[in-house]
Design a protein around this ligand. Structure first.
Ligand code: C2E
Ligand code: MG
Ligand code: MG
Length: 617
């Protein structure tokens, strides 16, 4: 049955224990039961139904005799039938039939004097039973319809709510990082886009692009599950530190903070500082104490005149500046530096073609003895005759050539050309200087270096002791022994090896003891100190440091050449301090090979190696 509840509840409320039923009532009730059995599904046992019908019979009997007569009783009986689930049209038809045919008889009223009157009453009662039945059935159908409608409504509401819930859950998932629970790149991009779209005139914003330093090491050494926990812990600290702003995880160990409505750069730098502070204490994860730092790229600017992708590109670039300058710090975007780097990238891209077009050439600068003024050597310095920008010095392109690896090709060509030139000076006779050529870090680590150098010497016919290779300290500070082995092989060939720009790097003299080095070139910064007036107290210290350096170098069997000597006074001081040789504008600026030839043999025709650097390789 569709309707719930116990049988007792469903039975008409008027069902109550009555006194003795009228004689024959039970007989009639049974006949009634038989008549309707099977016409409707009744959720009651037969005895219950018979008792119910007996009760109705009794009420009908009472109604027939009641004074004044009220056919309304029939209405209630029809209703009660329906409420007891006697609901089919057939059941009603059979009920009317059996009442009409048997009730008066079974109640023993058939022969009554007032039979006609009773019969008339009976007809009116039956009419009311049918009406009550029909109304109750209609009401019940309406009720059921209403219930169905309401159930449908509730079901629809529930479904809609579930859908809304799952939509918002889905939206949350799509916009948040599952590991840390932070907004993800998609949400950040959307928020940034909105900030741009709704910006009032003159409004500014900033971002901090954060990247953890050395996170990969944590992952590699402690495992990814520790790495994941660390990221979660970092996210939590950052979240607390910058709670006023949107913090998103961009992926991996990259996070970004969006700082809206800034008034100046300081607003964002403060956020960057809090971020660094937040990470300063170590993390404790599963018994490991882990220290992490972060590098941060900071950009702050007016919204007008920039785009969200420009902003993010700048932040990314600035992050790399922070990494490059030592990590664990922030760097602030600098438009000029950016321009400069862009120009360098443009140069890097143009270099291969420039090499093919032979746009590189060498200038030569004398290295002079401080004891007797003799020309000891000549340093080859590369230049680029750029078709649009004119002659460019190495500071414009050596670093990028190192980065792109093109330095190996350029360096070898320069070396070959310089050796060819030196060989020609040798042919002038007399005392000829060695040629000193700079080697880049990349070249020193290149496995083919010794073979290439040997081949160049063979090809040009320059004796090995006429060649000096200048390398910086950093080239030797390598985790592998390769560079040292290569230098030893070159030194064994008789080639001179000099440490260039000594004093700008590690300045580790004891380290040099084990290296096949014969000369130390002191960086120009040492010589600069000699420029201050003699009574300056700092100058005395500078001189003492220089004197100590020179004497230590001599103890190690190295000769010392001072770079950047611009005045006679400097040269004289350096001579008194024990320096062996000097290089600088005072003795001659870098220039064409003819000038060196004049120094070697003033009367001879100056020979010149044909072509330029590019053509010599
Ligand atoms: P470096 O090897 O220390 O070369 C000396 C630099 O000092 C040269 O700069 C030279 O022009 C400059 N200089 C010489 N005398 C003076 C002076 O009295 N005062 C001042 N202020 N400067 C002086 P340059 O030619 O600009 O070269 C810069 C650097 O580029 C070189 O420093 C060297 O490290 C690198 N470089 C030059 N040519 C090559 C090359 O063929 N290969 C490689 N790998 N690096 C090169
Ligand atoms: Mg040099
Ligand atoms: Mg130098």
């Amino acid at each position: 049955m569709a309707l719930g509840g116990s049988v007792a509840e469903r039975l008409p409320s008027s069902t109550s224990v009555r006194p003795e039923p009228a004689p024959g009532a039970m007989t009639f009730a049974r006949a009634w039961f038989k008549a309707i059995a099977g016409t409707s599904y009744l959720p009651m046992a037969q005895a219950e139904v018979e008792a119910f019908l007996l009760e109705l019979t009794q009420r009908l009997s009472d109604a027939l005799h009641a004074e004044p007569f009220s056919p309304q009783v029939g209405l209630q009986i029809g209703t009660d039938l329906v409420n007891a689930h006697v609901t089919s049209a057939e059941a009603l038809g059979r009920s009317v039939e059996v009442i009409d045919a048997r009730l008066l008889r079974d109640l023993g009223l058939a022969g009554d004097a007032g039979f006609d009157d009773l019969h008339d009453r009976m007809a009116r009662l039956l009419g009311m039973v049918a009406t009550g039945f029909a109304r109750a059935l209609r009401d019940r159908t309406l009720d059921e319809q209403e219930m169905v409608r309401r159930a449908a409504m509730i079901a629809r509401d529930t479904a809609e709510r579930r859908l809304r819930d799952s939509e918002s859950r889905f939206r949350h998932q799509a916009n948040h990082d599952p590991l840390t629970g932070l907004p993800n790149r998609a949400l950040f991009t959307e928020r940034l886009g909105r900030a741009f779209a709704s910006a009032a005139t003159g409004s500014r914003l900033g971002v901090c692009f954060i990247d953890l330093d050395g996170f990969k090491v944590v992952n590699d050494t402690l495992g990814h599950h520790i790495g994941d926990q660390l990221l979660t812990a970092v996210a939590q600290r950052l979240g607390q530190a910058v709670s006023d702003h949107l913090l998103a995880r961009m992926g991996g160990d990259e996070f970004v903070v969006l700082v809206e409505d800034t008034t100046c750069t300081d607003d964002v730098l403060k956020v960057a500082d809090s971020t660094l502070d937040a990470l300063s204490a170590p993390f404790h994860i599963e018994g490991h104490e882990i220290t992490v730092s972060a590098s941060i790229g900071v950009v702050e600017r007016a919204i007008a005149g920039t785009t969200s992708s420009d902003l993010m590109r700048a932040a990314d670039l600035t992050l790399h500046w922070a990494k490059k300058s030592g990590k664990g710090r922030w760097a602030l975007f600098d438009a000029e530096r950016n321009e400069r780097e862009l120009a360098q990238y443009a140069l890097a891209a143009a270099m291969p073609a420039a090499l093919d077009r032979r746009e590189f050439f060498l200038e030569y600068q004398p290295l002079v003895s401080l004891t007797d003024g003799r020309l000891l050597g000549v340093e080859a310095l590369v230049r680029w005759e750029h078709p649009e920008r004119g002659v460019l010095g190495p500071s414009h392109f050596i670093e990028v050539a190192e980065e792109t690896g093109l330095i190996v090709r350029l360096g070898l060509r320069a070396l070959a050309h310089a050796c060819k030139q030196a060989r020609q000076w040798l042919d002038l006779g007399g005392h000829t200087p060695f040629i000193s050529v700079n080697l880049a870090v990349r070249q020193v680590r290149d496995a083919g270096l010794v073979r290439e150098v040997t081949a160049i010497l063979d090809r040009t016919g320059l004796p090995p002791e006429r060649l000096q290779l200048e390398i910086t300290e950093s080239a030797l500070m390598s985790s592998t022994d390769e560079p040292v082995r290569a230098l030893r092989a070159l030194s064994d060939l008789g080639i001179r090896v000099a440490i260039d720009d000594f004093g700008t790097g590690y300045s580790n003299l004891s380290y040099l003891r084990d290296l096949p080095v014969c000369e130390l070139k002191l960086a120009g910064s040492f010589v600069e100190g000699l420029r201050s007036p003699a009574e300056d107290p700092g100058r005395a210290i500078d001189e003492r440091i220089l004197a100590t350096l020179v004497s230590l170098a001599h103890t190690l069997g190295l000769t010392v050449t001072a770079e950047g000597v611009e005045t006679a006074a400097q040269a004289e001081r350096l001579r008194l301090l024990g320096c062996d040789a000097a290089q600088g504008w005072h003795f001659g600026r870098p220039g064409p090979p003819e000038r060196i030839a004049e120094l070697i043999a003033p009367t001879a025709l100056p020979p010149r190696a044909n072509g330029n650097v590019s053509g010599a390789g």
